[in-house]
Design a protein around this ligand. Structure first.
Ligand code: 13P
Length: 247
């Protein structure tokens, strides 16, 4: 039985002091959740957020990392830095990073491997554009992202990681994928993992849906057989996240 996982992706929102305030608001609202609850926050917010959620059921994650251990990579953040600051998770390959910062599947693969090597749980994102969906190539595209993203990753490590399916056309648009659409792709991702690895690995990996998840649609989405929770953007910055974490 897979434990659900509900993660907030704060993106480039919340100054350190605002972040602490938001934690104080959300702590009691997510305290009763039966899911794993994760706040993925901007790098500068990690230390104050880890401090603010100490002793609660909330884990903290980064929104990105660099695949080198250390050195002359101005502006980047390493897996060791995230770990030492108290992170357990890290989002890798979000569509915004793929789009604005030109991250390829090959880069995503290097980052996933570095996260695993260091002991962080990657939340590896995938998702198609509206154009790709209309062309009918959604499942081909997603399968390619999964296959390249996981190249050289052991089955035992895949079993412990998280994959987030986020259709790009549903992110920040208020247009949520239908429950059927979300389940279809999450199910296809699980089948893809079964093909590359085995049934046991596919049954263990947790697959989230992301894209305009809100307090009204979370329960139905999360009740689907292959949807093990959500990766939540806008609604993770307000009290609605408490409803979603309990959905
Ligand atoms: P929204 O929930 O704001 O659509 O964002 C989804 C997302 O990108 C989470 O990573």
């Amino acid at each position: 039985m897979r434990k659900k996982i509900v993660a907030g992706n704060w993106k480039m929102n919340m100054t350190p002091s605002q972040a602490v305030e938001l934690c104080e608001t959300l702590k009691p609202l997510v305290a009763g959740s039966e899911a794993d609850v994760v706040f993925c926050v901007p790098a500068i917010d990690i230390v104050p957020v880890v401090e603010a959620v100490k002793g609660t059921n909330i884990e903290v994650g980064g929104e990105n990392l660099y695949f080198e251990d250390k050195g002359a990579y101005t502006g980047e953040i390493s897996a060791d830095m995230l770990l030492d600051a108290g992170c357990k998770y890290v989002i890798i390959g979000h569509s915004e990073r793929r789009d604005y910062f030109k991250e390829t599947d090959a880069i995503v693969n290097k980052k996933v491997k570095k996260a695993i090597e260091k002991g962080l749980t990657p939340i590896m994102c995938c998702g198609e554009s509206l154009e790709q969906r209309e062309q009918g190539i959604t499942l081909d595209w997603i399968r390619m992202q999964i296959k390249i993203g996981l190249q050289g990753v052991d089955a035992a490590d895949v079993a412990k990681m998280v994959i987030a399916y986020e259709p790009i056309w549903a992110i920040g648009t208020g247009v949520t994928a239908t429950t059927e659409q979300a389940q279809e792709v999450c199910g296809a991702i699980r089948e893809c993992i079964a093909e590359i690895y085995c049934r046991e690995t596919a049954d263990a990996v947790r697959i989230q849906y992301g894209g305009s998840v809100n307090a009204g649609n979370a329960a139905e989405l999360f009740s689907q057989p292959d949807i093990d929770g959500g990766l939540v953007g806008g609604a993770s910055l307000k009290a609605d996240f408490g409803v979603i974490a309990n959905a």
